[in-house]
Ligand binder design. Structure first.
Ligand code: SF4
Length: 342
């Protein structure tokens, strides 16, 4: 089994109370059964507090009961009472691992950091595609859980998608359009169909993308406000070339994190269409905040999109469902939208 990492992975360290957001804010904190078993043995005020604040949520998961969107063990100094009282080794798996994400493909495992963590986002924004050199695709695939030919095909398609997205000679909207077109051909092959050139599509504007995001589950009031204010003037906002340089890093993260989901879903378009949505929403939001002198930095716009949309299971499912049912998300129509944004 080979573990693959981007080159910045092992340099990451949580900055705890210096963090401008926190993974202790807005999210439910899962408590795995092994950790809970230990917590049940702790005889102290802290042990009593942990037990009284652990419950089973609507998904059947054991979680801490948050108050005002905060983990109940995140103290006024923005430090963790469990870490202080019981030690790092007794954090729940979710807390100990975040923002590290491991995706197991049977023959190899890809390890990545989540963009929802500001410190991890900074590492990714400071790196280019060379940081992912080990994700190249020439893995020694041994036959086990996955069909080797299928995985090799997906790895090659992912490499080509990365090449298209990082073709710095073109505006990012054109690169995304090229990536959509390429993956529409890949999808035809996965469906057992003959790839055919796409017909020209309709430019439906970007309002429907914002309307969809406004219907999503939203955790924080400031994100709702930023989304609403950007949506109101989206047509007049132009995505800057400077933003595109940073968004390329977000797109790289996203494609390495999600493209190979196609090994189970048999769908490469979901991940690319989700990048298109992220580009439109965060690009326009960045342009809006630029006009206000950046009260909310670009890194935070991308990081918060990751936290609010990408990291929500419900929102990701809702995105994929919209792609399936709303004709305006057809590849040719999204290409027309992107080409008209330049
Ligand atoms: S979001 Fe990242 S830097 Fe902030 S507290 Fe969590 S792990 Fe640490």
């Amino acid at each position: 089994m080979r573990d693959i990492y981007p080159d910045f992975y092992k340099r990451f360290k949580c900055i705890a109370n210096l963090c401008e957001d926190s993974c202790c804010k807005d999210w439910d904190i899962d408590v795995d059964s092994e950790t809970e078993k230990f917590y049940n043995t702790v005889k102290s005020e802290l042990g009593d507090k942990i037990r009284s604040l652990t419950y089973t949520d609507e998904y059947g998961e054991r979680v801490f009961r948050s108050s005002d969107g905060r983990c109940p063990f995140w103290n006024d100094d923005m430090l963790c009472d469990i870490y202080i009282g019981l030690g790092e080794e007794h954090l729940s798996r979710t807390c100990a691992n975040f923002p590290r994400v491991r995706v197991d493909f049977g023959d190899f495992r890809e390890n990545i950091l989540s963009f929802a963590c500001p410190e991890a986002a900074r590492f990714m924004l400071a790196s280019d595609k060379s940081a992912y050199a080990d994700f190249g695709g020439d893995y020694e695939l041994e036959s086990s859980e996955n069909d080797d030919d299928y995985m090799s095909f997906l790895l090659k398609a992912r490499n080509r998608s990365v090449e298209l997205l990082t073709n710095s000679g073109e505006p990012f909207a054109y690169r995304l359009a090229d990536c959509l077109e390429f993956n529409a051909q890949v999808q035809s092959l996965l469906n057992g169909e003959e790839p055919a050139p796409l017909e020209s599509g309709s430019d439906n504007g970007t309002d429907f993308v914002f309307e969809m995001h406004k219907r999503f589950e939203i955790m924080s009031g400031d994100w709702r406000k930023a989304l609403g204010e950007t949506a109101d003037r989206a047509d007049s906002l132009t995505i800057s070339a400077d933003f595109e340089k940073d968004f390329e890093k977000f797109a790289l993260y996203y494609i390495y994190r999600y493209y190979l989901e196609a090994v189970n879903s048999n769908d490469v378009m979901y991940s690319i269409k989700r990048i298109v949505c992220a580009y439109i929403v965060t690009g326009k939001m960045d342009a809006y905040f630029a006009g206000l002198g950046y009260p909310f930095s670009r890194m935070r716009v991308l990081q918060r999109y990751s936290k609010e949309v990408e990291h929500s299971y419900d929102n990701t499912e809702a995105l994929n469902a919209e792609f399936d049912k709303d004709e305006r998300f057809k590849a040719e129509d999204l290409i027309a939208v992107l080409e008209n944004m330049v």
